[in-house]
Design a protein around this ligand. Structure first.
Ligand SMILES: C[S@@+](CC[C@H](N)C(=O)[O-])C[C@H]1O[C@@H](n2cnc3c(N)ncnc32)[C@H](O)[C@@H]1O
Length: 278
């Protein structure tokens, strides 16, 4: 079968099953299986694919029809302009997390050799992106799951000599006073998880999503413990869900003097910045 016929067939199958962007997805699946980019898929449209290639496409399509995310099929995702290896069930990077990065980069540019702690590093996207943009920074990044994928990503981006990945609960293994503590913690209320898209609820780690009854159980613990791990001008920066804003503000005020909220690109309140200094 020719590439153009495969593309048509895969597109049609995805369309019949109600996928929203069947052609784009067909191009990603076929391109990944044939190890060629989108442009070459179309310039080589008359090339006949091998039996092995056909089998790979069939396998990938079957996985996609079960709603496995494309990023898991292709083992890659983009975040803040960088490419990362992504494997199930580690959380796939979300665009709203870029607000966290923007916020820290603005504050960290005036600090020489900033010391940053990241809680819940997952694939390492936050730690690694910060290190790429802050050449003298050092990051201590923890996760309750062994951060082996983060380690691989750090090596690929050549920042592995400035990051310490630690398998630990929240801040339990941290014994420095940091300039920044940052986290995109699990913040979805337990009762909401069954209502999420199949891609998310079936394939991504519950440990990455489930924030307990009101979604704030991990965030509360971080706010409670962060002050003793920050230096006197230190800042805690957290991602959260917009409807949690008021409760989060009350919680943060118990431990910090100054609380500021930042909107994401879609205009939703997404990041909180907590500190004692002005
Ligand atoms: C929402 S994901 C964020 C992953 C990654 N930082 C990102 O932004 O894509 C939350 C992460 O926190 C980790 N996590 C959950 N509970 C934790 C705990 N008690 N201590 C450390 N990490 C935890 C999860 O394993 C998961 O990797």
């Amino acid at each position: 079968m020719k590439i153009e016929e495969v593309l048509k067939q895969v597109t049609q199958t995805l369309k019949n099953k109600g996928f929203e962007s069947p052609q784009t997805e067909a191009e990603i699946i076929t391109g990944y299986a044939l190890k060629i980019d989108k442009v070459n898929l179309h310039t080589q449209h008359n090339r006949i694919i091998t039996d092995n290639e056909a089998q790979t496409i069939t396998n990938l399509l079957e996985r996609r029809l079960k709603h496995e995310p494309l990023q898991y099929l292709t083992s890659r995702a983009f975040f803040y302009g960088l490419e990362f290896i992504i494997e199930p069930p580690i959380l796939i990077p979300r665009p709203e997390t870029e607000t966290l990065i923007e916020t820290i980069l603005k504050m960290a540019k005036d600090i020489s050799s900033p010391k940053i702690v990241e809680i819940g590093t997952g694939s390492g996207i936050i730690a690694i992106t910060l290190l790429k943009h802050l050449p003298s920074a050092i990051v201590y990044a923890t996760d309750i799951i062994k951060p082996t994928l983060a380690q691989r990503n750090a090596k690929i981006h050549s920042v592995n000599n400035r990051v310490h990945f630690i398998e630990a609960d929240l801040l339990s293994a941290i014994n420095i006073q940091a300039d920044f503590i940052v986290s995109n913690p699990p913040y979805i209320p337990t009762s909401v998880i069954p209502t999420l898209q199949e891609e998310v609820r079936t394939f991504e780690s519950k440990l990455a999503l489930d924030g307990g009854k009101d979604g704030l159980s991990v965030i509360r613990k971080i706010i409670e413990n962060a002050p003793e791990h920050l230096n006197e001008n230190g800042v805690l920066i957290l991602e959260f869900s917009p409807e949690q804003r008021d409760t989060l503000e009350q919680e943060a005020k118990k431990r910090f003097k100054n609380i500021e909220f930042i909107n994401d690109l879609s205009g939703k309140t997404r990041v909180v910045v907590c500190r004692d200094s002005q």
